[in-house]
Design a protein around this ligand. Structure first.
Ligand code: NDP
Length: 322
């Protein structure tokens, strides 16, 4: 099969398009023909080596495709499924653990299904896990037009929250407004702009996937006793800081959560995945998929993602279109 293969850590150039042997499913897995593979920021951390990753490996953990073979003969050949947490998804075939696959309703496009689970379940646990969102809650979402950002904004707005989005360009600003943001600001002085917009108060919660470049501002824009959710490092890892900063800013809470901890049991995985599928099906979340990159161009997909040239979710087109 064709696959992306990585033999050394580094920049996007280490993503090599090549031939690899077909994977063989274990008893608790099904073999899938991949239609689209999701591309996520975390894939760049594994590629660069900033997150531990043994070499060599095939990147990617999520996608959408059709079942080719189920060793347990429970799932019919041709069944359309999506998954998160199947290492090796940047390939024509991948083995997906039975407890990580999700049936895809026919009215959800495969490219959408391929990118809805990781980012959708992240948005879900941020709003219903790190804290419980109530109508009228105020929040800041950085990288508001990114994959997680647009889904998070739509889910939060549907719950009646007031979302202040932070983006870098006019085009991304429009996408954030379309997703339901109450106001959209640029990075420079966003804490002041947000406070001006909400009567001088800080917000109840900050969802920050940018990390190093915005963490200090995240503390500044949060109200006393509010929560800073530092859930990503698109600009680099947050520097070590003194716990006294939380005191100075008015008894803040800070968490650095991961999706894995919020879908640790099969039950929690299933509930969050089903909530995402429902939200996509009923239109609560209109997933924006950036123009798909061919599998062979995974390198370009990573370059564009890291150069802030993408908006919404990013996918690789692998084996077709249906
Ligand atoms: P995005 O589509 O949001 O892409 C990253 C965005 O970050 C860019 O488009 C850009 O938007 C913004 N950004 C700001 N500064 C930089 C910078 N210096 N370099 C690159 N990008 C920058 O990616 P994802 O939706 O895949 O992920 C968003 C964040 O969420 C990532 O940090 C990711 O690691 C994290 N994440 C965390 C999870 C968890 O459970 N903890 C799960 C899933 C994702 P703009 O141009 O508007 O600034």
């Amino acid at each position: 099969m064709k696959a992306i293969y990585v033999t050394q850590h580094g920049g996007p150039e280490v993503l090599t398009y090549t031939d690899r042997p077909d994977p063989v499913p274990g008893a608790d897995q099904v073999l899938v023909e991949v239609l689209y593979a999701g591309v996520n920021y975390i894939d760049t951390y594994f590629r660069s080596g900033s997150y531990a990753q043994e070499l060599p490996y095939i990147p990617g953990t999520e996608g959408c495709g059709r079942v080719i073979h189920d060793p347990a003969a429970e799932i019919a050949e041709g069944t359309l499924i999506a998954w998160h947490d199947a290492p090796g998804s940047y390939a024509e075939k991948v083995c997906v653990a039975r407890n990580r696959l999700v049936a895809v309703p026919e009215n959800i496009e495969p490219a959408v299904a391929a990118s809805m689970l990781l980012q959708g379940m992240t948005a879900h646990y941020l709003l219903h896990g790190t804290r419980d969102t109530a109508p009228g809650d105020t929040m800041v979402v950085t990288a508001g037009a990114g994959g997680v950002g647009l889904i998070l904004t739509q889910m939060a707005a549907s719950l009646g929250a007031v979302v202040y989005s932070v983006t870098s360009t006019d085009e991304k600003e429009k996408l954030a407004y379309d997703a339901g943001a109450s106001a959209v600001f640029r990075y420079g002085d966003f804490p002041e702009s947000v406070k001006r917009a909400n009567g001088g108060k800080g917000v109840d919660v900050v969802y920050d996937g940018v990390g190093k470049a915005t963490f200090a501002q995240a503390l500044d824009v949060c109200r006393p006793r509010g929560l800073v959710c530092s859930f990503g490092s698109a600009s680099g890892d947050v520097e070590p800081f003194s716990i006294q900063e939380l005191n100075k800013h008015g008894s803040l809470f800070v968490t650095r959560p991961s999706l894995g901890a919020y879908v640790a049991t099969d039950d929690e995985y299933r509930k969050r995945a089903q909530a995402v599928v429902r939200a996509v099906e009923d239109g609560t979340v209109r997933l924006r998929v950036h123009e798909p990159f061919p599998l062979a161009d995974a390198r370009v997909a990573h370059e564009d993602l890291q150069a802030r040239r993408t908006s919404g979710s990013v996918v690789l087109r692998v084996s077709g279109t249906a």
